[in-house]
Each structure stands twice: as structure tokens, then as C-alpha cells.
Design a binder for this molecule. Structure first.
Ligand code: PLP
Length: 374
């Protein structure tokens, strides 16, 4: 039996230990530490935004961003926010927690990103914003989304949690939103176990984010006018993030090399492989999703089971948000269909894409896939 191949493994071969030791040695472990400030300043700069605010995770980043914008722009309860339905639940949590209504738009088959041609039909006079998410390694059509946002006077929240260093038309993801959010969860291109950041060039947004994530402290210490949360990132997390950030280009290179090897090994299988590139971007392969061709009887769950028997771990693709039991319970889905996302879920999964994956691992995975699918 081949050794277990996990779906992801991070790689800490930079200054992670050194910077962590610095924190312990000099006592800066908390949220005001120098690595927090460096990450906020330099990562914002790298992504083309003026300000950054480190936060506990990517979900909290979206939550506090929507809270800040709702407050600033005086959006009423039940204002509508456009969300891609093929997506992790974080965007929806951020909407619901802030009494905003998520409106689910289908994705397009090629890139898994929101189908921009289907956005306008879902806009109403209550629509306030679009959450632009970059999925799996290829960016959303930022220009089309920006054009729609301008035409209908909508704000853009860019969820770039999977898109560190990814470029759309040679411009960094994270630069397109009125506010943009990232995650530093273990399987992201920059990781520290947990972590996140909000970026913006709007001073009022960053001030609100800093306020809400920090118990709504004011200058009058311990006097509070609003209800906040404690969502501060520690300097220990930021130390690891900063070390990972220093080698982001190297990480992306590793991922792209792995992606290209899979493309060669798997090209003759009856599955749809991810696009190597689009007219406006090169895939940086956050993960490597495969979609089983429709004419094959096997679905993604069965394929996952067979691969697991061969010691290969996989993950399902996102279960469309409009189908989620909790969304139905909350009344946000009146039996709507979003066929592209539903099909992708039924027929898709992603295969190991860890930074320590070897060529032999990939050859073994390819052999198993050929054996099962042919
Ligand atoms: C990972 C991820 C998140 C959530 O980030 P956490 O740090 O795990 O809370 C949000 N959005 C997208 C698109 C993600 O991939």
C-alpha cells in the first residue's frame, strides 16, 4: 500500500521559526506586535491597497467588512448582496449575521467563478454590493464586475482568500474591491493555521474595521458606544504570515509546477481539468479540481471513496450555497436552481495539491485515477 497522501500540506522552509523565536524572545506576542504592523502595511502595499487590518480569520474579515460598510453607507436591514453560490459559506454568514440578504448567482463552468452575465438579472433596487470571489486559482472577471458595480452604484467586497499573489490582467487580486479580504488558513498560499486580513484604500472603512474587531474601544478607555468583538490577530500568527509572505512567489511557482505536471499526467482521462489560463490570467492552482465527464456513471463521492481506499485524500467541491439546509431553513431559497454549480458539485472533487507533493506521489495518483476511470 502506498503511503497516505493528504490533500494539502504546508511548507515552512523560510523564516517562520526565526520570527517566532523573535516574538518569544522579545515578548511581543499580542496584537500590537511589529509583525502585525508589517503584515498590514506590506501586504496591503503588495495588493495595491493603502491600509490593512489583521484579523482572526477570513470569515471574520468578511463579517466585519460587511458590518463596517452597512454602517457607513446606512444600508437597511434586508438589503441584498450578490454572492456566488459556488462558494464557501463565509460570505453568507457575513450577510446573515449583519441582517443582509444573500442573493445567489450561478457560476460558470470553465473557471468556477461567478457568471457575470447572470448578475444583472438578480439586481433589484435593494441591491447594495457584490461579493467577488476568486475560485480555486483563477480570478473572477473583475472588469465586468466593476462595470456592473459602477452602472448600478454597488460596492464591491473582494474575497481573495484563495488568491494571494494571483493576477488579473497583471493586477493583483485584492486590489479590486472597495474592501478586500484574505484568509491565512492552513491550506492557503500564505498560512499561519488561522488568520485573515481586510484591505482597503478607504480610511473610513479601515477605521470601522479596526473599531469593530477590537471590542469597539474608543479613546475614552473602557467606555463603549457600540457592540464589538475581539477578532484581533496575535503577533505569533503574524510572524508566520510574514515569513510566508516573503516567499509567496516561490510558493506560487511550486503550485504552478505541480499543476502543470498534473495537466500532463491526466490529460487523457475522461475528466475536465482546470483551465491552464484564461485571456486575463494564469492559473496558480490553489487546488486542482477535476470534473468527471457526464457520460461516466461514477459520481464524485464514489470516486473519492475509491481513491481513499488507495490512501489518497480528496475533498468535495463546494456544496452550492442556495442548496444548504440552513439557507432553506432561513427562507433565502425559494426552490431556485443553479444548474452549473449543482453539476460541478455532483461530478467534481479536488486531488492532493500540497506543497510537499513529490513527482512519485503524482504519478501514483495518476495511475490510480486511470485505473478507476478507464
Ligand atoms: C478559506 C476561505 C474563506 C474562509 O477563511 P477562514 O480563514 O477559513 O475563515 C473565505 N472565503 C473563501 C473563498 C475561502 O476560500
Amino acid at each position: 500500500m502506498n503511503k497516505f497522501i493528504p490533500v494539502y500540506e504546508p511548507l515552512f522552509d523560510g523564516n517562520e521559526k526565526k520570527y517566532l523565536a523573535e516574538c518569544i524572545d522579545n515578548g511581543w506576542i499580542g496584537a500590537n506586535g511589529p509583525f502585525v504592523q508589517k503584515v498590514e502595511k506590506e501586504f496591503a502595499q503588495y495588493c495595491g491597497q493603502k491600509y490593512g487590518s489583521c484579523i482572526t480569520n477570513g470569515t471574520a474579515a468578511l463579517d466585519v467588512t460587511l458590518k463596517s460598510m452597512k454602517d457607513m453607507y446606512r444600508w437597511e436591514d434586508n438589503s441584498e448582496i450578490i454572492v456566488p453560490t459556488f462558494n464557501i459559506i463565509s460570505s453568507v454568514l457575513a450577510c446573515v449575521y449583519n441582517k443582509l440578504k444573500p442573493i445567489f448567482v450561478d457560476c460558470e463552468n470553465k473557471t468556477f467563478n461567478i457568471d457575470t452575465e447572470k448578475i444583472e438579472r438578480h439586481l433589484t433596487k435593494n441591491t447594495k454590493a457584490i461579493i467577488m470571489v476568486h475560485m480555486y486559482g483563477l480570478p473572477s472577471e473583475a472588469d465586468s464586475i466593476k462595470q456592473i458595480a459602477e452602472q448600478y452604484n454597488l460596492k464591491i467586497i473582494e474575497d481573495a482568500a484563495q488568491a494571494h499573489g494571483l493576477e488579473y490582467k497583471h493586477q493583483k487580486c485584492g486590489s479590486f474591491g472597495d474592501a478586500s479580504t484574505f484568509s491565512f488558513f492552513t491550506n492557503k498560499h500564505i498560512c499561519s493555521g488561522e488568520g485573515g486580513i481586510v484591505l482597503t484604500s478607504d480610511e473610513e472603512i479601515i477605521n470601522k474595521v479596526n473599531y469593530y474587531k477590537n471590542l469597539c474601544f474608543t479613546k475614552e478607555k473602557f467606555i463603549h458606544y457600540d457592540l464589538g468583538q475581539n477578532l484581533r490577530m496575535t503577533n505569533l500568527q503574524a510572524a508566520v504570515i510574514y515569513a510566508q509572505f516573503e516567499k509567496i512567489e516561490k510558493t506560487i511557482k511550486i503550485k504552478q509546477d505541480l499543476g502543470n505536471i498534473y495537466q500532463d499526467l491526466l490529460s487523457d482521462l475522461p475528466v475536465k481539468l482546470p483551465e491552464k489560463e484564461t485571456p486575463y490570467a494564469k492559473n496558480n492552482y490553489w487546488v486542482f479540481p477535476i470534473i468527471i465527464n457526464d457520460y461516466l456513471k461514477i459520481n464524485s463521492k464514489e470516486l473519492a471513496t475509491k481513491l481513499r481506499e488507495k490512501n489518497i485524500e480528496t475533498r468535495p467541491l463546494f456544496y452550492p450555497l442556495h442548496k444548504q439546509p440552513i439557507i432553506k431553513k432561513l427562507g433565502y431559497n425559494d426552490n431556485i436552481n443553479r444548474p452549473v454549480s449543482e453539476n460541478i458539485y455532483n461530478k467534481g472533487l479536488y486531488i492532493p495539491m500540497g506543497l510537499t507533493l513529490t513527482k512519485d506521489d503524482m504519478k501514483y495518483i495518476s495511475d490510480c485515477l486511470h485505473q478507476i476511470l478507464n
